[in-house]
Design a protein around this ligand. Structure first.
Ligand code: NAP
Length: 277
């Protein structure tokens, strides 16, 4: 697990003014997640799919979920995991879904609450009651009740478990849009639940990525990665976030709970010392 391999990938096209490379470090798979039975909510594409691939490579049994059955099937065949359809905003369906997922995995000991949407309203005045509800229902309500059901299952079984929420760097910043509010609330929930269940052997953390390639941001890994607002001057790749996620659900982070690990090279730190802005 401590062997580090440097992989240099040329991830952009030569453009007139600037070429941006991502120099990514992958840890060599070392069965870090052997024995983990992982349920990923929102795993068919984007960050969730990159996490699923990393977790499988680290020896875990993984089940991915989401609304798009076709994409789930394709991704699961590509990386070698299970899948089950779910609209996480439909909280009435959680019991049935958990029963089936649990059966399929043969028990579960990790939940990754990654499903999220951003409707990118242009201004405060473009937020509507519908756009507000939609983001709250997926990002917050869906995540909250999924966590509630899974924790209750673990308590009933007197078993340990780990939850990882996907928050966002926006959760640490003042915002005028529901997306940012949902991530701030995810941070509060991560800390509250971590304190509440520490003695039961349940660890709860969050990752808070900066702007990363995915459908949500419209940035593609094989395109120009330049993004001046990020501390590195480029967008992140889902695989980078997946490395951090693997650490947080592994036994290597056994003493870490209630933490929101921001994956943005310090962009959201409030300081007058920044050189890159
Ligand atoms: N990309 C970034 O820059 C960035 C930065 C910070 C945080 N994040 C967070 O990272 C997470 C993943 O986003 P992404 O960037 O990978 O975006 P993405 O490519 O758009 O993926 C979103 C994922 O969420 C699932 N999802 C959405 N609505 C759902 C629902 N109602 N029920 C079940 N699953 C649902 C999608 O699956 P289906 O379409 O199959 O339902 C998909 O797997 C989100 O929580 C997002 O807020 C992203």
């Amino acid at each position: 697990m401590y062997f580090i391999k440097q992989i240099k990938r040329v991830l952009c096209l030569f453009q007139k003014e600037q070429v941006t490379y991502a120099n990514i470090t992958y840890s060599t798979p070392a069965n870090l997640l052997a024995g983990k039975k992982i349920l990923i909510i929102g795993g068919g594409r984007g960050l969730g799919a990159a996490m699923a691939e990393k977790f499988v490579n680290e020896g875990a049994d993984v089940l991915i979920s989401g609304r798009n059955n076709k994409m789930l099937k394709e991704t699961s065949e590509k990386i070698g995991c299970k899948y089950l359809a779910l609209d996480v905003s439909d909280v009435q369906s959680h019991d049935d879904f958990i029963r089936q997922a649990d059966e399929s995995l043969g028990g579960m000991n990790v939940l990754v609450n990654n499903a999220g949407i951003s409707l990118h309203e242009r201004t405060f005045f473009d937020v509507t009651p519908d756009s507000f509800d939609e983001q709250i229902n997926v990002n917050l309500k869906g995540s909250f009740f999924m966590a509630q059901k899974i924790i209750s299952l673990w308590l009933k079984r007197k078993q340990a478990g780990t939850i990882l929420f996907t928050s966002s760097e926006t959760g640490e910043m003042a915002d005028y849009r529901p997306y940012g509010f949902t991530k701030a609330m995810i941070n509060s929930m991560t800390q509250g639940l971590a304190c509440m269940f520490a003695k039961k052997g349940i660890r709860i953390n969050a990752i808070a990525p900066g702007v990363t390639c995915s459908d949500m941001t419209g940035r593609k890994a094989d395109d120009d990665l330049t993004f001046r607002k990020n501390a590195l001057g480029r967008v992140y790749l889902p695989e980078e976030v997946a490395e951090t996620a693997a650490f947080l659900i592994s036994e290597c982070s056994g003493c870490i709970s209630g933490q929101i690990l921001t994956c943005n090279n310090g962009r959201s730190i409030n300081t007058r010392l920044k050189q890159y802005s």
